[in-house]
Ligand binder design. Structure first.
Ligand code: ADP
Ligand code: ZN
Ligand code: ZN
Length: 771
């Protein structure tokens, strides 16, 4: 044997495996990895990628049972200690194994050892030099369009990767070699792991560099648009964040259109200029909002090189995501803009975190590790001793309560930033009254709303119609016998989708053709019940003749990039009426929308979920906030059968504070979050009885756990949609006024739960949002 056991080194490795333990491997002491490094190891019959947590001189596992590490990924610098602590915290808090947290947090490409070599290979980038600027494109033959495209691409960006160049022109390599020989372009070979050079010395050749930067700054000043003068409230917010020392959580409560983005931009500009290494993390709730933000950030930070701003979200191709993640990890990226998953990025010089629209439920991951990106952002800021800014027009009650307690600083933007832009007027359209007066409505669109839409069309202004239900109709039913089309796999009705002429289950994806007649009684008069976005789109086209109607929802934007194209059409003024789901409600800065119509909001008023009204209020405030952003007087029409409801009255007064305070008082009286801490045990079984029986046994186990004496256990109940894909689902809620008691209980409960049988799956969710 080559290695003497006494001098062996062992590593303890986290693997993506449900057992919350580390796995020991042997390794050659000469090439032992460091903690935080990735390794490929044998596991059962496979080879998997793991993360080294510890390097030790001994292992409790018998030496002859230990296998050896296959490969150490030396090209990737180790994940820093503070990142490993973050993963450990998330694992403990959300009751998972460290490996189940740490590995899924890494880009998929990094978790495949066979891709390491290519991932970390040096990147070749071509850069246009001044001589090239002068000579191209005149030097090119008139008809050489591919060559012209290549020249154009070089001129329009700081540098062009060899891969992108080949995509533009099949013989790009030869051409670029020739151009390089003429002194038109330079080739930079960039080690992906190399730290980013300090600003100003990105050009290897000093002579070239002086020329180029003179040219660059001339270009910059020509392009620079003057910064808007901050409003007093914006200036006060920027100062407060800038002056903060150490961990400083802020709630930036700014009405819609108050210019929260400008506050983020100014704060980041100051911070990044003051510290040449500082990194900023900016979270947005939806992928669809990243392009708008990215454009604003790139425009503002145009003097930083292109690679200094990266995005991280699930819509990126795997290679790109790994590339961007790596740029963050090596410190090359200064600004990381992303959705919730970006909160788990490795950022060695993280100096500030922004969570825009912090109230948004999309910050909660709904599968696997069910974490709250907002909560982890706050934990990270505290760990690092840096500021964190939570922005929203309708803060979550959790955050609002923290402000009340004096734990977060409050920054208020009470007015819209654009001069003359006021908050819109909100009118409640009483549907019952409309009916009594015999006013005509078309397919659920009230006469008042139709008239308002026509006025906007005549004035050349845009309107937005919001309803939170996609498809054509939520049900297809037979009047004669009462049959309603249901999903054979779920306890749910199927939704009629007209363009595809299909019935589709929104829970499992099951699809079928629309039957010609009732399968129960043969009646041919089967009819759609209720309305979704497709039906409203159709109705609008008829009710407002001449209007260009565009629908944006999960169906119309299924293809990659199509949401962006549709939103661009709206911004370009090629749409008169935009109809859609919550996708159109959030964050977008529509400049020409002056009317918002809200359909079918009432259903959420009477939900059994105690968070439904908070969510509805936030959604309606957000969608209302799309109207009148750029000075056109805005109007919001909310169609309702409950025009006296307190929620609508608060909405009409734009009274978030009143709504939040009264809702918090109700929560306190009813002992609901944020006044108690909750966790949910969910079970999935072949039958509902099996799932319920599991949960009852689970509840019985709690009597053995001392900490559980401070925990309230509710009855096991079926989920609202009890069956999905033939699997029956039930849940058990546990809660406590003490977070520590709840955490201790969950920790002690898990090993006991693992011994129970009878269900297909179970999981614990901490701080569940959907009850
Ligand atoms: P919010 O995120 O608060 O809803 P935005 O950041 O989208 O608002 O800003 C709304 C609009 O106001 C944007 O078009 C932005 O360019 C503009 N804006 C922001 N700050 C100012 C300012 N100080 N002066 C003029 N316009 C501003
Ligand atoms: Zn029938
Ligand atoms: Zn189904």
């Amino acid at each position: 044997m080559r290695v003497n056991d006494l001098t062996s080194t062992y590593v303890r490795v986290a693997l993506d495996h449900p057992l919350p333990t580390l796995f020991d491997y042997r390794c050659d002491p000469a090439s032992a990895p460091k903690p935080g490094m990735l390794v490929s190891v044998p596991f059962g019959k496979r080879h998997v990628v793991g993360l080294v947590m510890e390097v030790t001189a001994h292992s409790d596992v018998a030496v002859d049972r230990l296998k050896s590490v296959d490969v150490v990924c030396t090209a990737c610098p180790p994940l820093p200690e503070n990142w490993l602590q973050l993963a450990q915290f998330a694992a403990d808090y959300y009751q998972r194994g460290i490996g189940e947290v740490a590995l899924p947090a890494l880009p998929q490409a990094l978790r495949d050892a066979s891709r390491w070599a290519r991932l970390f290979a040096p990147e070749e980038r071509y850069r246009l030099l001044s001589a090239g600027h002068a000579a191209l494109p005149d030097a090119l033959p008139a008809r050489a369009s591919a060559l012209r495209r290549l020249a154009q691409a070089l001129a329009q960006s700081d540098s062009l990767s060899a891969v992108d160049a080949r995509a533009l022109h099949p013989k790009a390599s030869a051409t670029l070699d020739a151009w390089q020989a003429k002194g038109w372009v330079a080739l930079d070979v960039i080690d992906p792991a190399a730290p980013r050079p300090a600003q100003g010395d990105t050009h290897p050749n000093p002579q070239e560099s002086a020329q180029e930067s003179a040219q660059e700054s001339a270009q910059e000043s020509a392009q620079a648009t003057p910064l808007p003068t901050l409003t007093d409230e914006q200036a006060a917010a920027v100062d407060a964040i800038r002056d903060a020392q150490g961990f400083a959580p802020f709630l930036l409560h700014g009405v819609t259109g108050s210019g929260k983005t400008e506050v983020y931009l100014r704060v980041l500009a100051g911070l990044l200029a003051a510290n040449p290494h500082a990194q900023a993390l900016v979270l947005v709730p939806e992928i669809n909002l990243t392009p708008q933000f990215e454009a604003a950030f790139r425009a503002r930070f145009a003097s930083m090189d292109d690679t200094a701003i990266v995005t991280l979200h699930s819509g990126l191709a795997e290679g790109e995501r790994a590339h961007n993640w790596f740029a963050a990890h090596t410190g090359r990226a200064r600004i990381v803009l992303g959705t919730r998953l970006a909160v788990l990025a490795s950022l060695p010089h993280l100096s500030i975190i922004v969570v825009d629209e912090e109230h948004d439920p999309a910050y909660k991951q709904q599968e696997g590790l069910r974490y709250s990106a907002r909560d982890l952002a706050i934990w990270r800021a505290k760990q690092l001793g840096v500021p964190v800014v939570l922005g929203s027009a309708t803060p979550s009650l959790e955050s609002w309560w923290q402000v009340d307690q004096g734990r977060y600083g409050r920054l208020t933007l009470s007015r819209r930033a654009v001069a003359d832009a006021a908050l819109p007027t909100v009118r409640l359209v009483d549907l019952e009254d409309e009916r009594r007066r015999g006013r005509a409505s078309v397919e659920g669109l009230s006469g008042l709303l139709i008239a308002a839409l026509k006025t906007r069309l005549e004035r050349g202004e845009q309107s937005l119609v919001f309803l939170n239900r996609r498809g054509y109709a939520p049900q297809l039913a037979c009047d004669a016998c009462g049959w309603v089309a249901g999903c054979p796999r779920c306890s749910a009705y199927v939704v009629l989708h007209k363009p595809e002429r299909a019935l589709r289950c929104h829970h499992c994806g099951w699809e079928s053709r629309i039957p010609r007649s009732c399968p129960e009684c043969g009646n041919v008069d089967i009819a759609p019940l209720g309305r979704g976005t497709q039906r409203v789109e159709e109705a609008l086209a008829g009710a407002v003749p001449g209007a260009r109607v565009l629908r944006i929802d999960a169906d119309s934007t299924r293809r990659k990039g199509s949401a962006q194209a549709l939103f661009s059409d709206v911004h370009a003024g090629e749409v008169d009426i935009l109809v859609g789901t919550q996708m159109i409600a959030k964050g977008h800065d529509f400049r020409r929308v002056s009317l918002v119509g809200v359909l079918n909001a009432d259903t959420a008023l009477f939900s059994h979920d105690f968070r439904a009204s908070e969510r509805l209020f936030a959604q309606l405030m957000q969608v209302s906030g799309r109207a009148g952003r750029a000075g056109l007087p805005g109007e919001v029409l909310v169609q309702t059968r409950y025009p006296t409801h307190a929620l609508y009255h608060a909405l009409a007064r734009h009274d978030y504070v009143g709504f939040a305070n009264s809702t918090l008082a109700e929560r306190r009286d009813a002992h609901l979050p944020p006044f108690v801490y909750q966790a949910m045990l969910r079970a999935e079984g072949r039958t509902l009885d099996a799932a319920l029986a599991f949960l009852q046994q689970a509840a019985a186990l709690l009597t053995e756990i001392p900490a559980a004496s401070r925990v309230t256990v509710y009855d096991a109940v079926p989920l609202t949609i009890v069956k999905v894909m033939h699997v029956h689902r039930a849940q058990l809620l546990v809660e406590s006024a003490s977070r520590a008691a709840l955490q201790a209980t969950l920790r002690a409960w898990q090993p006991a739960l693992r011994t129970l049988k009878g269900v297909l799956r179970w999981s614990i969710e901490v701080d569940p949002l959907d009850i």
